[in-house]
Design a protein around this ligand. Structure first.
Ligand SMILES: Cc1ncc(C[n+]2csc(CCOP(=O)(O)OP(=O)(O)O)c2C)c(N)n1
Ligand SMILES: [Mg+2]
Length: 576
């Protein structure tokens, strides 16, 4: 009798089945991925439904690029890959911009996309949403994989996770053809096929002689400088980085998204003396910062005449000597490198006192110069008046997250709004890309639960503006402030022909973006002075209600391309 019963049970267990849908969900959950950002449609609609039913948070967007940006910033904030889920061909392509941007910025992200039938795609027979997605994704991300058999889903996801977060993080593409989802396998075999990734981003310890070489150079410097990049912020080695900087006494310069790693108000912060320190420093230590265009490639006018030596700390060996000679390369993960440097410094470290006081006086001079401009209460507002108000909002709420994009709106906010804590400033990053705004704001709100202030140029906002509906739908604590100057850079250009078309940089005058938020049940406010703006933002940040404030900025206040107008090619003919 007993024997028969156990036989029946065994047969039943053998017949228990699972399929591609469930294996993808189980693999995500097994690896602690509890949130997915995406847009539904064939072939992934049911995957989203089933994921939600299984307890995964499925955040549904209006456009895949914004879902992708949310996933990317989730990766940056958590050091776990953010997952974006898209439909085939057009949905995939919409998400691909975010994947490429994540890769450029070294944010760990996985774009999982459904795709059409391989047999038809490869014979180019015109399938529904036909596209060779794997081939297209490959050059734009760190790694790309396709899974054809349900039994390989576990391995496929494990490879994607490892590729995204180990070494230099980046974007990974995972192609899941429609047929895979309904493929059925034995449940037992399915469970055994799943892989829990152990130690997905193993520490990479720097070589002791590389650490010593760097410390020798730094110790003998007369005018040393430390530059912190967003790689340093990503590392979450905040205490050691702070200890290294404070023990060394060396002035530090935070790149945009590294602001707040140490407070911008820290006595060693050289943010307000940027041009002086870049010109005059003799030894520069880069921590998770690359010598790309944002640092003028480490050479030329910005870096002055004084000869310089560079120490570079980066996880990617190929980064060394990318633009100029690196005198002391230190290759390893930022946390391990910084702790090795700290340990090697010993008790007695010479503070470069003359240099520090020279940098301090320049900083104080520049801060004093800016102060009165930030206090003006003009209406319509100029950038400084409006930003003066927002600077106080963040000072009073150092835990809030600031998202920022635009041209003048970006460059001036970066300089004016002090940050006090690590990973609170999220912006256009390495590419200076417009369109990250609402995706980053939503991703940050979902992942951290903290209030988000998104300071957006009116053009920048337009790239992701429809997601205000998403913000309302999930009732997220996001306050969007649009610096409405009627256009790109300025709203004052005219069509030189006198024809009826507006100039290419100009938008509808006096638009009321606040009405967009009201359409979805959020709070919309039109603010015309810094005082009004401050009151409205305070209220939004304290209430946590989805809010959009249309901040009316003088259309003549901005400058072409903000601070990077020099990158515009000039027509010799036009100048004649
Ligand atoms: C994807 C993308 N498209 C276009 C650009 C070019 N671009 C740079 S800044 C900008 C908008 C600047 O205007 P706005 O956001 O209104 O800021 P403002 O200077 O007016 O404050 C544009 C379109 C870009 N950086 N990224
Ligand atoms: Mg504008």
């Amino acid at each position: 009798m007993l024997n028969t019963a156990s036989k029946t049970e065994a047969t039943e267990a053998q017949q228990e089945l699972t399929d591609g849908f469930h294996l993808v969900i189980d693999a995500l959950k097994l690896n602690g991925i509890n949130t997915v950002y995406g847009v539904p449609g064939i072939p992934i609609t049911d995957l989203g439904r089933m994921a939600q039913a299984a307890g995964i948070r499925v955040i549904s967007f209006r456009h895949e690029q914004n879902a992708g940006n949310a996933a990317a910033i989730a990766g940056y904030l958590t050091k776990k890959p953010g997952v974006c889920l898209t439909v085939s061909a057009p949905g995939f392509l919409n998400g691909l911009t975010a994947l490429a941007n994540a890769t450029t910025n070294c944010f760990p992200m996985i774009l999982i996309s459904g795709s059409s039938e391989r047999e038809i795609v490869d014979l180019q027979q015109g399938d529904y949403e036909e596209m060779d997605q794997l081939a297209i994704a490959k050059p734009l991300c760190k790694a790309a994989f396709r899974v054809l058999h349900a039994a390989d889903i576990g391995i496929g996801l494990a490879r994607a996770i490892r590729a995204a977060v180990s070494g230099r993080p980046g974007g990974v593409y995972l192609d899941l053809p429609a047929k895979l989802f309904s493929q059925v396998i034995n449940a037992d075999a399915g469970a055994k096929s799943l892989v829990k990734v152990i130690d997905p981003a193993p520490a990479q310890i720097p070589a002791p002689n590389a650490v010593k070489r760097a410390l020798d150079l730094l110790k003998n410097a007369k005018r040393p400088l430390i530059i912190l990049g967003k790689g340093a912020a990503y590392a979450q080695a905040d205490d050691d980085i702070r200890a290294l900087i404070e023990k060394s006494g060396i002035p530090f310069l935070p790149m945009s998204m590294a602001k707040g790693l140490l407070p911008d108000t820290h006595p060693q912060c050289a943010g307000a003396a940027r041009s002086t320190v870049l010109k005059d420093a003799d030894v520069v230590m880069l921590i998770g910062a690359r010598l790309n265009w944002l640092l003028s490639h480490g050479k030329g006018k910005t870096w002055g005449e004084a000869p310089k030596k560079f120490i570079q700390i980066d996880i990617e060996p190929k980064e060394m000597d990318s633009n100029v000679e690196i005198a002391a390369p230190v290759v390893g993960d930022i946390g391990s490198c910084v702790s090795a440097l700290l340990a090697g410094m010993g008790g007695n470290w010479p503070a470069p006192a003359d240099w520090v006081s020279a940098v301090n006086s320049k900083r104080e001079e520049n801060i004093a110069k800016m102060a009165p401009r930030l206090m003006n209460n003009k209406s319509p507002m100029d950038y400084h008046g409006a930003l003066g108000a927002l600077r106080t909002v963040i000072k009073e709420r150092p835990d809030a997250i600031l998202v920022n994009e635009g041209a003048n709106t970006l460059d001036l906010a970066r300089g004016v709004i002090d940050m006090y804590k690590p990973r609170k400033r999220l912006d256009v990053g390495t590419w200076g890309v417009m369109g990250i705004g609402m995706g980053f704001a939503i991703g940050a709100a979902i992942e951290t639960g903290k209030p988000v202030l998104a300071v957006e140029g009116d053009s920048a906002f337009g790239f992701s503006g429809m997601e205000v509906e998403t913000i309302c739908r999930y009732n997220l604590p996001v306050c969007v402030v649009i610096f409405n100057n009627n256009g790109i850079y300025r709203g004052t250009d005219v069509n030189p022909t006198g024809g009826p078309d507006a100039a290419p940089t100009v938008f509808v005058k006096d638009s009321r973006y606040d009405k967009m938020m009201e359409a979805f049940g959020g709070v919309g406010i039109n603010a015309t002075s810094p005082d009004e703006l401050k009151r409205a933002v305070d209220q939004a940040m304290d209430s946590g209600k989805p809010t959009l404030i249309n901040a009316v900025i003088d259309p003549a206040a901005g400058s072409e391309s903000g601070r990077i107008g020099n990158l515009n090619p000039q027509s010799v003919l036009r100048k004649k």
